[in-house]
Structure formats: C-alpha cells, structure tokens
Design a protein around this ligand. Structure first.
Ligand SMILES: [Fe+2]
Length: 220
C-alpha cells in the first residue's frame, strides 16, 4: 500500500497518498469541474497545475514508483491509486512502466490529462476506422506518435484519440501521472490487437487498492 502504516486500515477512496501537492491538484480539478463546462476546456484549464505537479520532486512515495510483478497489464507495469473519488467521477494514479516495457493497446472512456514525471515514453495513438458497432472487433490505424519527457503531457478526449499504448524509452522506468474523470483501473475498458482487430474486455486494477467487484468476491 502507498503511504499507509500497519496500524490502521488503508484508505480505498479519497487520498490514498497524503501530499499537499496532490491535495492542491485535486482541489484545482474540482474547481475546474464546477466552473468549466466542456471537457475540452477543462483539460486545457488543468494543464498549468498538472505540469507543476509533474516537475515537482518529492511527493510520490517510493511504494507508488516501482514496477509491479503481479501486474494485470503485464510487463511488470505498476498502476497505483493516489486519489479516488468514491463516486467514481475522478481519479489520480501513477503508472510505472519498466525499461523497454509497453502497455497493451487500450482505451480510457473518460476525459483526462496524462504526463511524464520520470523517464521518457513513446505514445502511439490509433484512429478507429469502423463505426464501433461490433463489440469484438475494431479496425485501427496509427494516427500519431510522440515522445514525452518529464513535464510534458497530453490530454484524453474520447472518442477522439482515446486508443493508444505507451512504451518506456528511457534507461530508467518511466512514471506517468494520470488524472481522469472515472475510476480508470476499476472500469471495464478494452484492449485491442490492431493486427487481428480483436477487442477484449480489460480491467487493469490498482496494485494498491481493490476494485469493488474484487472486494465482494473476496468476502465470504
Ligand atoms: Fe492510457
């Protein structure tokens, strides 16, 4: 668990990691959600505060900055919840991608802003050529590729540019920080195989917090 002692139950919602920098970003995001109407304007309004978080040292605990060998995404990729709104409307998490590893091709299903905190990533974005009516198949082609270094970010505005994968290209694991308008790791999303066109349901899970369905399953 991130930043939690052994003496009390770890938080599952709210601030899973206590840091003034995280509290400041979530407060700013809540303010933007209240005052800005469109998702496109919201992500733009959040860029300065988000870039500040990415270039500030010391707020991300070691426990949320390491690979996760039990990763459901494969490749030792660690996904750690830092903040989760209990109603599933907002989350902040870190994603640790080991050297040379890459995520599956996946979607997000919510607006958001993502940026690099450590190392460097290549992002490959796909455009969907079919109308999305077949649940099990998607025709994808690469629409853009870019490299992101510390402090650089991109925005997510589904359905445009919502399907991508990232790969670490630095000699240290890359760490990206993700602010999204859902509970990303617990939502059923999709992973894609661009070569065969196959689409499969995908839920990545957090390494440090259970999703609700898992908790119910775990209880007798
Ligand atoms: Fe992603």
């Amino acid at each position: 668990m991130c930043d939690t002692g052994h003496h009390h139950l770890p938080a599952r919602y709210g601030f899973l990691v206590e840091a003034p920098e995280i509290r400041a970003l979530i407060a700013e995001t809540q303010q933007v959600i209240r005052t800005v109407r469109s998702d496109a304007e919201r992500v733009e309004a959040l860029r300065p505060a988000f870039a500040r978080l990415l270039t500030t040292d010391g707020w991300l605990p070691e426990t949320c900055a390491k690979p996760d060998e039990a990763s459901r995404m494969g490749g030792g990729i660690g996904q750690y919840a830092l903040y989760r709104a209990e109603d599933g409307s907002l989350c902040l998490f870190s994603l640790v991608v080991p050297v040379g590893a890459e995520t599956p091709v996946h979607d997000h299903l919510a607006w958001g802003i993502v940026g690099v905190y450590q190392g460097a990533q290549d992002e490959t974005v796909y455009r969907r050529l079919d109308d999305g009516s077949d649940r099990d198949r998607a025709a994808l082609e690469v629409s853009k590729r870019h490299t992101l270094k510390r402090g650089e970010c991109y925005t997510l505005l589904p359905p445009t540019d919502d399907i991508h994968f990232v790969k670490t290209i630095s000699e240290v694991p890359s760490i990206s920080i993700h602010l999204l308008a859902n509970d990303t790791a617990c939502v059923w999303r999709h992973r894609f195989d661009p070569a065969s066109g196959a689409v499969t349901p995908f839920r990545s899970g957090y390494a440090n917090a259970p999703c609700q369905a898992d908790e119910q399953k775990a209880e007798p």
